[in-house]
Design a protein around this ligand. Structure first.
Ligand SMILES: CCCCCCCCCC(=O)SCCNC(=O)CCNC(=O)[C@H](O)C(C)(C)COP(=O)(O)OP(=O)(O)OC[C@H]1O[C@@H](n2cnc3c(N)ncnc32)[C@H](O)[C@@H]1OP(=O)(O)O
Length: 216
């Protein structure tokens, strides 16, 4: 991501949406349907939902998509074509079925914030969010917070503290904020809290100012 092309707290208004909003486009609708399938597969009655037929139909859909897939190198170029917000990342991407997807806003105090409700595909302990999923979400949110703060880098270190189990099936507030820049070192913090303010996860990230070239 080129920061110069991304909204920052210095140039954009409080409440600027920093993630790619789902559109009424076939790819977004198909991805939302795939997301529903992943969730429903975990919820459905194992013995009574004709899963043989489901497997056949889903394989037929996968065959169709694979038949129409270009070479990976070509697809990567296409994916990274253009500037601005990605549509394919695993946290906010409306084109990625494993993304919840989380929508993030930039706030005038320099932080970013979003609310998401996670369901069974993200489960770790019974009824709770998997710790790796929390870390994935916060790593990405800190990356977006860096861009909103005007400085981007790659994660070198993500120290994660799990304060209490993070509940599934209820709104979670996710935040991130760039706190300091020291040469190439960018330090960023973030958290996951319940809607009534209980701290579940907090992170401190060290990012190093470095850009991986886009595929061409
Ligand atoms: C709107 C955009 C939204 C996008 C959000 C996306 C967020 C996604 C975030 C990611 O997932 S990034 C992918 C996960 N991270 C990686 O794959 C990084 C892999 N590691 C590397 O590429 C390099 O190790 C790294 C860029 C982190 C550093 O390598 P460099 O060769 O560029 O730096 P160098 O090793 O010279 O270190 C620079 C300084 O940082 C320090 N440093 C580097 N890694 C460190 C570390 N792990 N812990 C502590 N300090 C570290 C290092 O000691 C040194 O300090 P000093 O300048 O004081 O000497």
């Amino acid at each position: 991501m080129k920061v110069g092309t991304h909204p920052t707290a210095a140039t954009h208004a409080h409440g600027t949406v920093l993630t790619s909003a789902p559109q009424d486009a076939p790819v977004d609708r198909a991805t939302a349907a795939a997301r529903r399938v992943v969730d429903a597969m975990l919820r459905t009655d194992r013995g009574n939902a004709n899963l043989d037929r489901v497997a056949e139909e889903l394989n037929s859909i996968a065959d169709h998509l694979e038949e129409h897939a270009p070479e990976v190198a070509e697809r990567l170029i296409d994916m990274w074509n253009g500037e601005g917000v990605t549509r394919h990342d695993p946290v906010t991407g409306p084109e990625n079925a494993i993304a919840p997807p989380l929508v993030l806003e930039g706030l005038e105090d320099g932080s970013v914030r979003g609310t998401v409700t996670l369901t069974m595909p993200y489960q770790g302990p019974p009824g709770c969010v998997h710790g790796g999923v929390s870390a994935l979400i916060l790593d990405h949110v800190l990356g977006v917070a860096n861009a909103w703060g005007g400085k981007s880098g790659m994660t070198a270190k993500l120290e994660t503290n799990y304060h209490r189990p993070t509940p599934l099936f209820e709104p979670l507030v996710i935040t991130g904020r760039l706190v300091s820049v020291d040469g190439r070192k960018i330090r960023t913090v973030g958290s996951i809290t319940t809607a009534d303010g209980q701290l579940c996860v907090s992170v401190e990230g060290l990012f190093i100012d470095k850009t991986v070239p886009r595929p061409r």
